[in-house]
Design a protein around this ligand. Sequence first.
Ligand SMILES: [Zn+2]
Ligand SMILES: [Zn+2]
Length: 331
Amino acid sequence: MKAAQITEPNKIETIDTPIPTPIDDEVIIKVMASGICGTDIHILRGEYMGEYPIIPGHEFSGVIESIGSAVTRFKPGDRVAVEPNIACDNCFHCLNNRHNFCLNWSAVGVTRPGGMAQYVTAPEKSVFDIGELSFEYGAFVEPLSCVLHGVERLGPDLASKIVIVGAGPIGILLLKVLNLKGASEIVVVDTNVSRANFAKEMGASQIFTDLDDVPKDVFDVMVDATGVIPVMNRCTEFVRPGGKVLLFGVPPMGAKLSLEAFPIFSKELTILSSFTSVRNSYQALDLLKQGRINLEGLISHKLPLEELQHGIELIERGAENVKKVLIQPNS
Ligand SMILES: [Zn+2]
Ligand SMILES: [Zn+2]
């Protein structure tokens, strides 16, 4: 099979490698759609915890090709998506329902081979039947799960006034989920005009392309969906006293924030973060299957495996028309 491998920071190669065989509780999935995520870009740029070489890709869907002897929920031909974070279910954190902090954590596409390949292996417990859902939508089960976990952490009040900074695919998913959670108003900010306009089409009440234009001290909630340090440094400016900040975007490892301490104190701010997801895959699937989260217009590119590097560069350049970029390793 063909796979895209990051051999060392800043280097991707298309390699030929044997199709894996499933052992015990594993399934082999023929990958049909695999989304490029900011995390893949961090891995490529040497800014993440993964080891090299690695086949990236943790947001994917496909068809069960074969199953190990202990697998009971799946058969070849089933259409599936994967929850890439694999918890041991037997450590201090797992036994306290904090699987995202598992002490023996591994992840498809981060610590073990991922979905930027024609075939990938995953344990049965990480695999979810997507039924008739399209493979393209199936590739959003993982990012949507993460967004659902973040919104659960945030617990916004009904009729919250919210500002989301960053209108990439994650910012748009946050916009849609927060709309479902009964926000009264969602303002979206992105310096990229076409992204900001797209957020408006997707249901933003108002858009801005400059943080300096956003009203201060008025929002119940500010969500950062950029992971960009200078943006995160301004996260306390926009929320009202007693407001909440959700830092959702993934910052580069090793980078430091510089926040003025006094407003955190005097405004009684709650600053939250969110790390991956905890058992949110069925929720994500149900919202997608029922059309409660509609991704129409969110996928801008579908590329073959050999163009993974090109896809990543498109996202990094932030070109006008780039939204979610999917790789189709078997097309
Ligand atoms: Zn991701
Ligand atoms: Zn564990």
